[in-house]
Write a protein that binds this ligand. Structure first.
Ligand code: C5P
Length: 218
């Protein structure tokens, strides 16, 4: 447990992934994108024809995910799911399966295994509250719904994927509502989290702040 961990939790499209990558890069740490695990579990269940409402059945699939990474691509049972993984529909499936305590339990140890030297930056919804409650630095990252929808829109357009602002915003609000409202590890700041609203900030500014917090804890 003396392996350093920084947790970054927050709502959809708040910039957690980018911030986690930047901070990890600056410190030479490993990154855990826990959302990708829930997304993969959702996709795997969907492909297996299992109802996303069936917690125990989805958990069984989540516990035996045949997932690996090759040259920056995510491969699930031999199929390249990298692009599919980022789709908004996949995010919605993820938040559906993530509401089941059995599914969260099935992915728990897998997430703990990412805690290796020299250190870890973990992003998600419950990294600071449930998975790494002893993390010395917990960041809760927020941004206004409008800012988040605009960022997600830009990301998709840049990737050549067509998108609609209105439906993006309502999808992310629906997802946040489900993530906050569920009984199992709901989205909320840990009691000892540092709150960071990055609406008017550049990624450089957010990164500098997190690194400053981290230095002050050493
Ligand atoms: O962060 P990302 O958008 O990839 O997460 C997809 C979904 O997975 C979230 O909406 C949430 O329901 C779920 N999730 C979670 N706990 C985490 C990470 C993601 O419940 N630690």
């Amino acid at each position: 447990a003396d392996i350093p961990v920084i947790t970054i939790d927050g709502p959809t499209a708040s910039g957690k992934g980018t911030l986690a990558d930047e901070v990890a890069h600056a410190l030479g740490y490993i990154v855990l994108d826990s959302g990708a695990l829930y997304r993969t579990a959702g996709l795997a269940a969907f492909h297996a024809g299992v109802s996303l409402d069936d917690g125990p059945a989805v958990a069984q699939i989540a516990a035996t995910l045949d997932l690996h990474f090759r040259k920056g691509r995510a491969i699930l049972q031999g199929e390249d799911i990298t692009d599919l993984l980022r789709e908004e529909a996949t995010g919605l499936m993820a938040s559906q399966v993530a509401a089941h305590p059995e599914v969260r339990q099935a992915l728990h140890q897998l997430q703990l295994d990412f805690r290796r030297l020299p250190g870890l930056v973990a992003d998600g919804r419950d990294m600071g509250t449930a998975v790494f409650p002893d993390a010395p630095l917990k960041v809760f990252l927020t941004a206004s719904a409008q800012t988040r929808a605009e960022r997600r829109y830009k990301q998709l357009i840049d990737k050549g994927i067509s998108a609609n602002m209105e439906s993006l915003r309502s999808d992310l609000e629906a997802r946040d509502a489900r993530d906050k409202g569920r009984a199992a590890s709901p989205l909320k700041p840990a009691q000892d989290a540092q709150l960071l609203d990055n609406s008017g900030q550049t990624i450089e500014e957010s990164k500098a702040l997190v690194l400053e917090w981290w230095q002050s804890r050493q």
